[in-house]
Design a protein around this ligand. Structure first.
Ligand code: SF4
Ligand code: SF4
Length: 433
């Protein structure tokens, strides 16, 4: 049974960006030379949609400077030289917190979902929670918390429900994850918590689809699960909520799956700000000459230009490829094998969308429901002709978003999840193409 591994030794230095998720940069509360304790607030949010940032280790602030960020930019970061003896701020959580107190604790803890939104915002106006434990194998750390601390995860889910005032919670598990299923079925869950077995791995970006498959509720394109009263949280969120409410600890560490060309692939609990190169070193180091680093998996991940980038709250996986893994293979002509069609979870025709995007036929792509693409990347992975389907689809989506920015509420009959078009391969669609 795969479990999370704990670090034997902290890195000598951590780099904590003042932006940890999609959102604005926090206001820095420390200066060069300051001594900081683990758990100390070092970045204060300037808007309610941002999460606060805490020191993940104790030490001395050696610098505050722009540093490479895994999102591909350079952002302000607090660099802390780690102390040998670790000390944390005194955590004093209330012994029997009220609903309001739990909400406040979740807000102040700075917990962030893997898809980039602070948990506090996600649970603001909902009555149902889905705990997503269906992540793909390269993001396995996002769900192995169930195997490492199952009781804490279920208690954390209970706190989440209380904070949100939710009447129902679903734990979404992939049918093939028999270990998690066995463990969950052995847990004493409350009657308003239900385990749902699904066939799909719902990666970040597929939240609305997950909501539809679990509850039958349809969120409009461009909308969020909360619009239909559902909040999606990760397994690690539930653990962090438990940790924050019970022990007062803020979000300081994230579980990461480190896979690919390294000494010993594993799921590791890393402090926020630990550089990728240190995480890889802790997992046995590079095996051979590294060719490419990808954060958060092959299908939806972000390629990194340096291993100096630090772990942020949205980091769930690091994939290391060798030079030969990433040898550029030029795409060849589509053979109409339809593999991309078979794997598409929202029943699109990726091959035709890619051709339309390539030819600049954006309106036709829109009529073929390109905006319903949840960017799971599965079509690109299976394509034997190595066609960059997702890249082309993203290009079309961006062009359409620009061109249709004034489309009233972005509502049109062709952008509703749950009403897939009737399309014959190579033929006509109901959308009019
Ligand atoms: S990325 Fe490809 S497989 Fe995934 S939803 Fe979009 S078109 Fe379908
Ligand atoms: S998987 Fe690739 S080759 Fe096969 S139909 Fe789709 S785009 Fe064409």
């Amino acid at each position: 049974m795969e479990k999370i591994t704990f670090l034997k030794k902290l890195p000598e230095e951590v780099v904590i960006p003042l932006v940890q998720h999609k959102g604005p940069t926090c206001k820095c509360l420390v200066s060069k030379g300051d001594k900081v304790l683990a758990g100390q607030l070092i970045g204060e949010p300037t808007v309610s949609s941002a999460a606060p940032v805490h020191a993940s280790v104790s030490g001395t602030v050696s610098s505050i400077e722009k540093h490479p960020h895994p999102f591909g930019t350079k952002t302000s970061a607090v660099i802390i030289t780690t102390d040998e003896i670790q000390q944390s701020v005194e955590f004093n959580p209330p012994s029997s917190p009220s609903k309001t107190q739990i909400r406040q604790i979740i807000k102040e803890s700075g917990i962030v979902e893997i898809y980039g939104r602070p948990t506090y915002n996600v649970i603001e106006k909902i009555d149902t929670i889905i705990l997503n434990a269906t992540y793909e194998s390269s993001l396995v750390a996002g769900r192995v918390g169930i195997c490492t601390y199952p009781n804490e995860v279920s208690k954390g889910l209970k706190y989440l429900m209380e904070a949100a005032g939710a009447k129902k919670a679903y734990i979404a598990v992939n049918k093939n994850n028999s270990e998690e299923l066995n463990l969950l079925s052995g847990l004493k869950l409350d009657s308003n918590m239900e385990i749902v077995q699904l066939n799909v791995e719902y990666t970040p970006g597929m939240e609305n689809l997950l909501v539809y498959d679990v509850t039958g509720f349809t969120a409009q394109f461009g909308g969020k699960p909360e619009d239909v009263g559902v909040g999606i949280c990760g397994v690690n969120t539930a653990y962090e909520v438990y940790d924050a409410v019970k022990y007062g600890r803020p979000s300081m560490r994230v579980p990461i799956s480190v896979v690919g060309a390294i000494g010993g692939p594993q799921s590791i609990l890393a402090p926020i700000g630990m550089k990728f190169k240190d995480v890889i070193e802790a997992c046995g180091g590079y095996k051979g000459e590294p060719g490419k680093l990808i954060m958060n998996g092959m299908t939806i991940g972000l390629a990194q230009y340096t291993d100096e980038v630090p772990v942020v709250k949205q980091t769930a996986g690091i994939l290391v490829q060798t030079k030969s893994d990433v040898l550029r293979i030029d795409p060849v002509e589509c053979t109409l094998c339809a593999r991309c069609v078979d794997v598409c979870p929202v029943e699109l025709l990726p091959t035709r969308l890619a051709i339309m995007a390539d030819q600049g036929k954006f309106e036709e792509a829109r009529m073929m429901h390109v905006m319903n693409c949840v960017e799971c990347g599965k079509c690109t992975v299976v394509c034997p002709s190595k066609i960059p389907i997702l890249q082309l689809i993203r290009y079309a989506k961006l062009a359409i978003e620009k061109a249709y920015a004034d489309l009233e509420d972005k509502k049109s009959p062709n952008v509703e999840i749950g009403e897939p078009p009737v399309i014959k391969f190579g033929g006509e669609s109901e959308g009019g193409v």
